[in-house]
Design a protein around this ligand. Structure first.
Ligand code: SF4
Length: 231
């Protein structure tokens, strides 16, 4: 899949129906809704990347949350993972506001962009390998457009770590072999790009203390600094 620019990519990918299971799930969640959001419209479609069109830092996650991005249209917006992530992004100077709750909330990323490895919310946050591969074309298309400006890529979780390495290999980057193992703070440099791993800001990680505010701040600040955007 190729697109001449990000608006064209957003337009084409946001109507994709290539994965029957995910289409059914995203639409069922949007129809049933969570009680707390019963009066709100749900997006219920693929969630495209958002943020700067010329980012120096790119953040990659797994997929939109069923009642987060699948509801609000923006990845990491309107869910607990996003609450953690945006508080940290704001602390290190990469987001204008400390919260991200809705597409019209005025939030802006500073020289940064977010994208999901898989654009539709999957049951149990677990896309199948076939669904991952089906969506890879959209990820490749977005990275092809934004990586020329980027200096750092933050992979939020092991799934994103793998999907970024796969995508960059497909795009012709000389990704080290064997692929570096994922851990919090793991990194490698490839063709002037710094690729950095972070534990995902999921409740499973933040409630248990596996990921602390300080740990997340350090990784994001490092990425921002490597990209030349010191706070
Ligand atoms: Fe299309 Fe990706 Fe959604 Fe599958 S996950 S339907 S490929 S946008």
């Amino acid at each position: 899949m190729k697109a001449p620019d990000l608006p064209a990519l957003t337009a084409t990918s946001s109507v994709c129906r290539a994965c029957p299971r995910l289409v059914a799930w995203r639409e069922a969640v949007a129809a049933d809704k969570r009680k707390a959001f019963a009066e709100e419209p749900y997006w219920g479609r693929p969630v495209t990347g958002w943020g700067s069109e010329r980012p120096t830092v790119v953040m990659v996650g797994l997929a939109p949350a069923a009642h987060g991005g699948n509801r609000t249209w923006r990845i990491f917006t309107g869910d607990r993972s996003g609450d953690w992530l945006f508080a940290s992004l704001h602390r290190v100077g990469m987001a204008m506001q400390a919260t991200s709750v809705a597409a019209g909330d005025g939030q802006q990323l500073v020289d940064a962009r977010m994208v999901a490895s898989v654009r539709c919310a999957p049951p149990d946050n677990a896309p199948t390998p076939l669904e991952r591969d089906s969506c890879a074309g959209w990820l490749d298309a977005e990275l092809r457009l934004i990586l020329p400006c980027a200096r750092a890529v933050v992979c939020l979780g092991g799934y994103a770590w793998d999907s970024v390495a796969r995508a960059m290999t497909r795009l012709g980057f000389d990704v080290p072999r064997p692929r570096p193992r994922f851990s919090h703070g793991a990194s490698y440099e490839v063709d002037r790009l710094h690729v950095i791993g972070s534990y995902h800001p999921s409740q499973q990680n933040t409630f248990t203390g596996k990921l602390t505010e300080r740990m997340l701040d350090e990784v994001l600040a490092e990425a921002n600094q490597l990209a030349g955007n010191s706070a």
